[in-house]
Ligand binder design. Structure first.
Ligand SMILES: Cc1cc2nc3c(=O)[nH]c(=O)nc-3n(C[C@H](O)[C@H](O)[C@H](O)COP(=O)(O)OP(=O)(O)OC[C@H]3O[C@@H](n4cnc5c(N)ncnc54)[C@H](O)[C@@H]3O)c2cc1C
Length: 483
């Protein structure tokens, strides 16, 4: 059954080992670097209990992202649930709990893929999905490897001992987005492993508070924020990215999904609907984020009194065209849904369109940011350092006098411009640009995949048909070029 926000927050006090700035964080729900974002995630859980959203977000008391979709209508219903959560963070919580929920549903659709000669993880994959769905749990995932050079120490998570009840693992994984706020983390590998590299071919899921599991947080934008007024997004939606380090972590067999099998360790993401389900959430959130940024551009240009200028109207039109593109990718992936082969069946969003969405989003996002920065001018820079200046008895009136604009008070204008800069120009904003380009993998990987999966044959055939429709004329025939 769905949890309340408070139940979620209480679950985070489990002794998890989170480090920031050389300090071990005692409680992420209270620490200044994490507490507001934890509250924003708790808010997502609360939404499922509000009469206005309950039906859209849940079915049978379970969040819709955990459902294995059986039809086009199920995909649409899931997207509507994704949209409600995405709007709650204006698209800035990329790895909200519904992301990996869809991944778990993907595993459950094809559980037999986890049965291999080296390990039978099918029941564990089903149990993983059931545990998450029934407990309404938040799972993060770390499936990106640190870069170990040949002949250097092995930095990647690997098994160091086998015991009766499970395995002992050591090593690291990188960029665990949301991990410090999650209940569990999946540790695996999405990059293709070399044939025979069974040492690194494993995937498991453990609670974040598991002894020996350590999370080293990057800089906290929430901690750097002066106030919600000054940094409205980074102060509340800093979902965090952490290096995961395992030091002799014991993983019970029932938590292991794949073991010593190179094919299954990769295929669990690609041959189940897991990755395409990720894409469905991500594409819906991306669409929402572009809607929000475009809304900011409209408010900005209305405040600057430039909205009616033809060039600015066209710029807004360009942004709205981007929103429509982002929306079209969601609708098209749903409309081109495919049956899932084997297993427990169901449907998945269309692969070709879902894969292409990654390319579109990675290229579109920086262009959208650039477009709005051009509309913003210097106003987003010339702002008081903090709300303190506005509140100061002597300085406040000065700031209010010189930073107002025709038709808008200084306070309203500063509030808007600070929001714009937090979204587009802050360190938090820079991280988001990198996120939209890389969260789904490296460009050289997804561009190559598109060539394999993106209908190259049809394109080639069409061009070939044109070529086949004519040829070199017989010698002596008038070529018709002397006109
Ligand atoms: C904000 C953010 C959040 C993320 N969250 C998560 C998460 O929650 N979980 C997770 O597991 N991962 C996460 N990632 C990691 C993401 O999946 C990786 O960044 C991505 O797969 C690229 O891997 P890398 O960072 O090691 O880049 P690298 O492999 O170092 O690549 C860097 C650049 O070099 C290019 N390149 C590398 N090798 C080649 C080649 N052979 N040919 C051509 N070009 C090449 C790449 O395309 C890329 O542009 C996140 C990343 C970011 C930025």
């Amino acid at each position: 059954m769905t949890r309340s926000g408070q139940e979620y927050l209480d679950s985070l006090r489990d002794g998890r080992e989170v480090w920031l700035d050389g300090e071990r964080v005692k409680d992420v729900t209270r620490h200044a670097a994490f507490r507001n974002t934890a509250s924003s995630i708790a808010r997502l859980y609360d939404l499922a209990h509000e009469s206005e959203h309950r039906e859209v977000l849940t079915s049978g008391g379970v969040h819709r992202a955990f459902a294995v979709p059986r039809s086009y209508e199920d995909l649409v219903a899931r997207r509507k649930a994704y949209k409600v959560w995405a709007e709650s963070s204006f698209g800035f919580l990329g790895r909200s709990p519904d992301y990996m929920a869809g991944g778990a549903a993907g595993f459950a659709a094809v559980p037999q893929l986890f049965t291999t000669d080296s390990f039978d993880g099918a029941d564990n994959a089903l149990a993983y999905h059931r545990r998450l769905a029934e407990g309404d749990l938040y799972s993060a995932f770390t499936i990106t490897n640190p870069h170990s050079g040949e002949g250097e120490d092995d930095l990647v998570v690997r098994v160091v001992a086998e015991k009766d009840g499970g395995i002992v693992v050591s090593g690291a994984k990188t960029v665990g987005t949301g991990a410090v706020f999650a209940d569990e983390v999946i540790v695996g590998t999405i990059e293709p492993l070399a044939p025979g590299d069974v040492e690194h071919a494993l995937c498991f899921s453990v609670p974040i508070g598991t002894p020996g599991l350590r999370f080293v947080s990057r800089t906290s934008y929430e901690a750097q924020a002066r106030s919600v007024f000054d940094n409205p997004l980074s102060s509340r939606f800093d979902e965090n990215d952490a290096l995961l380090v395992c030091e002799d972590v014991f993983v019970p067999w029932e938590r292991v999904l794949t073991y010593r099998n190179v094919e299954a360790t990769g295929a669990m993401w690609w041959q189940t609907p897991a990755y395409l389900n990720f894409g469905h959430q991500a594409a819906t959130r991306f669409w929402t984020k572009l809607e929000f940024l475009t809304g900011l551009a409209i408010l900005l240009t209305r405040t600057n009194k430039t909205y009616q200028l033809p060039a600015v109207t066209q710029s807004v039109g360009r942004l709205l065209g981007m929103v429509a593109q982002a929306k079209a990718f969601v609708l098209a992936a749903e409309a081109s849904y495919e049956q899932v082969d084997g297993g427990r069946g169901g449907v998945r969003p269309g692969q070709e369109i879902s894969f292409a969405q990654r390319i579109m989003a990675g290229e579109l996002y920086p262009r959208a940011v650039q477009e709005i920065k051009l509309l913003a001018g210097g106003g987003v820079i010339q702002l008081p350092a903090s709300a303190e200046d506005l509140l100061h008895p002597q300085l406040g009136p000065v700031v209010r006098k010189y930073l107002r604009a025709p038709g808008s008070s200084a306070e309203d204008r500063i509030k808007l411009l600070k929001l714009v800069w937090d979204a587009l120009g802050s360190e938090f904003a820079g991280r988001h640009e990198q996120y939209e380009r890389f969260y789904h993998g490296a460009p050289h990987v997804y561009l190559t995949m598109q060539t394999w999966a993106g209908g190259a044959e049809n394109c080639e055939e069409l061009a070939r048909a044109c070529l086949d429709g004519y040829g070199l004329p017989p010698a002596g025939q008038d070529l018709g070029t002397d006109k």
